[in-house]
Design a protein around this ligand. Structure first.
Ligand code: PEP
Ligand code: MG
Length: 908
């Protein structure tokens, strides 16, 4: 145990913790402490540290309870004193909530228990004291239900089963002939409690504990246990949160939003979490407990009048109806609304970021239960950072640091094709919970989503409501549609975090899980039918609507300009077509870092010539095929040079793993035989003789150019003559020719000679000359080790970290999937090294090669062009070791630019 103090109290304007103690107290605990310190009304409580969570898993439940006992007892006294109530005392009972709270927010992943401290005697006392037996028994009913589920484990056995507690509620309602929960009488609620307890005893073998102290320890331990539940583990994996961080546990005095019409509960955001708009917004429910809002069981009302009017417009509700049936909090409780608005402004000013807050109003008194920096979509992230900058709340560097590079990805995601969507049939409209467009086949269960997606289908997950158990299904779905729940329902919060399109609260849809159908406005859709969602408007369309790339300007462009101001490392792109080059250039790429020439032969006509070249046994045969390839290559290079006019274009000589290109199937072999005028037998035999045991280590890269120099000659001719043509047209092509898979300087020099001789010939024929560079990939460990020798001849290095990772680890890049999951599970690897650069091993080779190379050639330009070039942590490393550029696929260019600017600021 690092710190002997295990429990930190807060309440009444004082606190033992602070906002910067989130590592020990979790985000929730730290901010509750901070809110006390800045005078915001928060119910008193205490937080057990995240270190205790680790102790819990090291030494076990009993010992941890023993260690915590005296501090927890003293802290409960502290709450009792401040609230003037007594835990377990029927005359004047204190009830508490027990909540989880990790360092990073994990919405809905762990467990919470409310109304703890009730039993048959205490509930009677509470009823008497409040004069509101309905409230008391409703609280008791909820507590037994929550405790039975979370602590005692009475849950549905199968996913399709309904919740055992809900089953009992439904049965009682049926007997009574009522539809809504609030139509149940106090006696009905009493009956529910009794039936719940019986079900818990018969189905779990455990009796519901009547002693409040026993209840408290059960709940504290259950929260620690929930750190290791499946959904929390999955969420941590997705968000890269280490298990060692642990969760804190906060125990807080209960305040009640369900004590009648002057009580309420809600969730609010200081700005719009979906769009970033600077507009206070949120949802609330009168006479309800907090979980009613987020669980998506009742569709809540809007807090502000503007929000409420916008919501009504989307739902097609008239202003009179809205004002009468769905008033905003601003209209229904104007005084409290004013206080709420003032506090939300204060919290945002204090934290200088968008806040996501939970509050409760108990009989006219406002309490804040939580504040945190709000999760937001990629679009909102950029807008909020730029707006806060303009408002003078943060400086430029902070604005850059506030944006998560990976999240930019969401901005780059498609929207619907405008024409198609005009013609599409709108089935209904729900809430625009998470923006973007999605189109896919309907599935109803998370497991089905995973299965279908695994088979290559695009799916949309359709649910009545989602629960955290659906996380895995949501992760693989294109979009999520739910019948119930508001903008802060679990589905909405999680989808926004994932950057997934989500439409929630589409009340007009009727989901039938048993039949796997959804009925919308009389039309019945089945599993597998197509549906399209617009998460920005809430529209649900029948069938397929195709999508198109997003428009990037405004705040995004401003952020990118800021990045350019602070970055040191520039970003190039990996592109093999003029279109991709143009896309990347629009995203701010300043050149091509890798043009894989073999990728230029994937289309039907070109692949035949390429295969012919590979299959030819003789020099003549190859030359003939190469002559066919030459015009294609030249035309492609012209297109690419044009798209990247004035910027360097690094073209790599042919590096085809042969097995990917020779025809393996009978049809392809037949075609090749006809085309080359030989027998199928001959082709078969050639394919066989070309087959290799280890194609990745075989006849590829510069080994090809060194054994067949005519390939290098032809490619050089295509590159240089394309550049000459453009030069004559007044353009400014900047070719770089790169030798792949160099392992020794001699391999490089042999190729360099061929390149320079052929280029000289072309210049002479064309009558113009263009400066160009000849460099090499460094992707074999030996090349890194002998980089000083190679740099004598090579004018630049480009680190091919895909092959370098493959050959440094000895993991086949094509076969890692067979053992990677187990390696990750057993923590032999923390991440996939093909995605995140292994800085200690592969990174060391890169760093050494840069130093050795620059020792010989001080102006040696170094870049990286493996997949890592667009991965933020790898980009940071590239900046640290002084590379000149990173190169990545076009859609990752903005991500790399942001990561590069952040790296420059951090490494300053
Ligand atoms: C590499 O090996 O990192 C590289 C960029 O080349 P390729 O992926 O084409 O082998
Ligand atoms: Mg490679």
């Amino acid at each position: 145990m690092k710190n002997e103090k295990r429990v930190y109290t807060f309440g009444n304007g004082k606190a033992e913790g602070r906002a910067d103690m989130r590592n020990q107290l979790g985000g929730k605990g730290a901010n509750l402490a901070e809110m006390n310190l800045i005078g915001i009304p928060v119910p008193p409580g205490f937080t057990i540290t995240t270190d205790v969570c680790n102790e819990y898993y090291e030494i076990g439940k009993e010992k941890v309870v023993e260690l915590l006992k005296s501090e927890v007892e003293a802290s409960m006294k502290h709450i009792e004193n401040l609230m003037n109530l007594k835990f377990g005392d029927p005359e004047n009972p204190l009830l508490v909530s027990v909540r989880s709270g990790a360092r990073a927010s994990m919405p809905g992943m762990m467990d919470t228990i409310l109304n703890l401290g009730l039993n048959d005697e205490v509930v009677e006392g509470l009823a008497k004291k409040t004069g509101n037996p309905r409230f008391a028994y409703d609280a008791y009913r909820r507590f037994v239900q929550m405790y039975g589920d979370v602590v005692l484990g009475l849950k549905p056995v199968n996913k399709t089963d309904i919740d055992p507690f809900e089953e009992i509620i439904e049965k009682v309602k049926e007997e009574k002939g009522v539809k809504l929960d609030n139509e149940l009488t106090v006696d009905d609620l009493k009956k529910l409690v009794k039936l719940f307890k019986e079900a818990i005893l018969t189905r779990t073998g455990q009796a519901f504990p009547t002693n409040p102290v026993e209840q408290l320890w059960g709940a504290i331990c259950a929260v620690f246990d929930s750190w290791m539940n499946d959904r929390a583990i999955l969420y941590r994996k997705m968000e890269g949160i280490p298990a060692e961080w642990g969760t804190a546990v906060t125990v807080m005095a209960m305040v009640f939003g369900n004590m009648g019409e002057t009580s309420a509960t809600g969730v609010c955001f200081s700005r719009n979490a979906a769009t970033g708009e600077n507009l206070f917004n949120g949802e609330w429910l009168v006479n309800a407990q907090g979980e009613d809002v987020v669980a998506g069981i009742r569709t809540p009302q809007q807090i502000t009048k503007v929000g409420s009017q916008r919501w009504a417009e989307l739902q097609g509700i008239s202003e009179e109806d809205r004002a009468a049936k769905y008033p905003s909090m601003e209209e229904a409780m104007p005084e409290i609304y004013k206080e709420l608005d003032a506090i939300q402004t204060r919290l945002e000013d204090h934290y200088r970021d968008m806040q996501d807050m939970e509050f409760t109003v108990q009989e006219g008194k406002l309490w804040f239960l939580q504040t945190r920096n709000g999760k937001r979509t990629g679009a909102a992230m950029v807008k909020i950072a730029i707006d806060l900058l303009h408002e003078g709340m943060i400086d430029e560097k902070t604005a850059i640091q506030r944006c998560e590079p990976q999240k930019l990805d969401e901005l780059l995601h498609p929207v619907f094709n405008k024409e198609e969507v005009k013609k599409a049939k709108s089935l209904t409209r729900g809430l625009p919970a998470s923006p973007g467009a999605a189109c896919g086949q309907i599935v109803f269960f998370a497991e089905d989503a995973a299965k279908w997606a695994g088979d290559g289908h695009k799916v949309v997950l359709v649910r009545i409501e989602t629960s955290p158990e659906d996380l895995a299904g949501m992760a693989v779905a294109e979009g999520i549609l739910t019948a119930r729940g508001g903008m802060t329902s679990h589905a909405a919060v999680v989808a926004r975090g994932m950057g997934k399109c989500c439409v929630s609260g589409a009340g007009a849809i009727n989901v039938n899980y048993k039949q796997k159908t959804v009925e919308i406005d009389g039309k019945v859709l089945h599993e597998g039918d197509y549906i399209s969602l617009n998460g920005s408007t809430g529209d649900v369309y029948d069938g397929k609507v195709s999508t198109q790339a997003a428009d990037l300007s405004g705040d995004f462009a401003e952020l990118m300009e800021l990045c350019a101001k602070y970055t040191r490392l520039v970003v190039r792109t990996n592109a093999d077509t003029p279109h991709d080059a143009q896309v990347a250039r629009n995203f701010g790429a300043v050149g091509i870092g890798l043009c894989r020439t073999e990728h230029m032969f994937f289309d039907a006509e070109k692949i035949v010539a390429m295969r012919e070249m590979i299959l030819s046994e003789t020099l003549e045969g190859r030359k003939k095929a190469l002559q066919k390839l030459l015009p294609f290559q030249k035309a492609d290079f012209i297109g690419i040079f044009k798209a990247m006019d004035g910027c360097p274009v690094n073209i790599r000589l042919l590096d085809p793993p042969l097995h990917e290109f020779v025809p393996q199937d009978a049809k392809g072999q037949q075609e090749m035989a006809e085309d080359m005028g030989v027998t199928v037998e001959y082709i078969k035999q050639r394919v066989e003789s070309l087959s290799e045991h280890n194609p990745m280590l075989g006849h590829r890269g510069c080994r090809l150019g060194n054994t067949y120099p005519e390939i290098t000659q032809t490619q050089t001719r295509a590159i240089i003559s394309a550049a000459c043509d453009l030069k004559k047209q007044g353009l400014d092509p900047k070719p770089e020719i790169m030798v792949p898979l160099t392992g020794s300087v001699f391999e490089f020099e042999a190729q360099e000679k061929v390149i320079r001789e052929e280029a000289a010939k072309v210049f002479e024929e064309e009558g113009v000359e263009i400066p160009f560079k000849v460099g090499t990939m460094i992707e074999i460990p030996r090349a890194a080790l002998t980089a000083d020798c190679i740099a004598r001849s090579a004018e630049y290095f480009s680190f091919g970290t895909n092959d370098l990772t493959q050959m440094t680890f000895g993991y086949s890049r094509d076969d890692i999937a067979s053992f990677l999951p187990v390696y990750l599970e057993k923590k032999i690897l923390n991440v996939d090294p093909f995605q995140v650069l292994d800085q200690r091993g592969v990174g060391q080779l890169i760093q050494m090669a840069v130093e050795k190379g620059r020792g010989v050639r001080s102006d040696l330009k170094c870049g990286i062009c493996g997949e890592h070039g667009g991965e933020p942590s790898s980009v940071r490393f590239c900046d640290k070791i002084g590379l000149n550029y990173v190169s990545c696929s076009p859609f990752r260019v903005p991500i790399a630019r942001l990561a590069a600017a952040q790296a420059a600021i951090e490494n300053e």
